[in-house]
Design a protein around this ligand. Structure first.
Ligand code: F6P
Length: 320
């Protein structure tokens, strides 16, 4: 993505500044020159060469006036904001304050509205599917239930896609309620035929019991991950089947992006530069029916993309 933005803009005769650590860099003037060399050889790298943070000019500053000194000193004519719902929401607000901004939907959770998919999602699904394949082997050998917990704060896209691709026997997602009883019924029934099961759990499901305490990072953001440790003993107790837990965690956000994500990021990044050059602002580049289009940033943020009943219905065909 960064390479795509830089190469397109440089190719059109502009100079490009990379803002380090997201909004924090814009608030603190931490900006680096992105010339051709700086973005060379990075297409196969995940993460971001610029770093990221949870700082936000509207939460930890005064909005435009906090970032204006950097916009001026770095002579920035427009911003390409690459991020998830939080970053894009602040991008939409900066636009209303007169800063030219085009957003790009980037999150493994796939939970941004008005785009068919966000980049990063495909890679996370691939990693989770490979993990499920490996865990299926050992679940089968040891006749166990394995709970594979994947990311997905409010959306069960990763769980559903990786679960379908990996042939999961039960998939639990935030959007659709579950009960321990029905999960145990499905597992008991299944174990009469096959004596192992894979249950894919999205980290954001309602916990089966009230958590002792919610952990938060230094920005107050709830740290998820680990709900399966509360589920497993209940399943083991009610079914009598040995039940283990694997939390994939940040493994899903690292390493080499899939070819699909590399191409999608490249298409979105080049389009974002073109939109800014055309004088557009307050928009987000999005994928719709395999075309890159522009949608309203504010509308995209107002309509988070939750797992759809049709996809969950497909997934549940294979439960039990
Ligand atoms: O928003 C994307 C996401 O991957 C969520 O699914 C997850 O809960 C969160 O990031 C984890 O954030 P952190 O790396 O700060 O723990």
């Amino acid at each position: 993505m960064i390479r795509a933005v830089a190469r397109r803009a440089l190719g059109n005769g502009h100079s490009v500044a990379g803002v380090r650590n997201g909004w924090q860099g814009l608030m603190e003037g931490d900006v680096v020159d992105l010339d051709r060399d700086a973005v060379s050889g990075i297409i196969n790298r995940g993460g971001t060469i610029l770093g990221t943070s949870r700082m936000d000019p509207y939460v930890h500053g005064e909005g435009r006036s906090t970032v204006q000194p950097t916009l001026d000193s770095a002579s920035l004519d427009g911003l390409v904001v690459i991020g998830g719902d939080g970053s894009l929401r602040s991008a939409a607000r900066l636009h209303t304050e007169g800063v030219p901004v085009v957003g790009v939907p980037k999150t493994i959770d796939n939970d941004i509205g008005l785009t068919d998919v966000t980049f990063g999602f495909h890679t996370a699904v691939q990693i989770a599917t490979e993990a499920i394949d490996r865990l299926t082997t050992t679940a089968e050998a040891h006749h166990r239930v394995i709970l594979v917990e994947v990311m997905g704060r409010t959306a069960g896209w990763i769980a559903a896609y990786a679960g379908i691709a990996g042939g999961a026997d039960v998939i639990l997602v935030p959007e659709f309620p579950y009960s321990i009883e029905s999960v145990c019924d499905m597992l008991r029934e299944r174990h009469e035929r096959r004596d192992y099961s894979i249950v894919v759990v999205a980290e954001g499901i309602d916990p089966p019991t009230t958590p002792a305490r919610i952990q938060r990072d230094s920005f107050g953001f709830a740290r998820l991950g680990g709900v399966s440790y509360d589920l497993a003993p209940l399943i083991e107790e009610q079914t009598g089947i040995e039940t283990r837990v694997v939390v994939l965690g940040h493994m899903q956000r690292g390493g080499t992006p899939t070819a699909y994500d590399r191409v999608l990021a490249t298409r979105l990044g080049t389009a974002a530069v073109d939109r800014i050059a055309a004088g557009e602002s307050g928009t987000m580049v999005a994928l719709r029916n395999d075309e890159i289009i522009s949608v309203s940033l504010a509308d995209a943020c107002a309509t988070p993309r939750r797992l759809t009943p049709d996809v969950f219905d497909v997934a549940s065909t294979f439960f039990g």
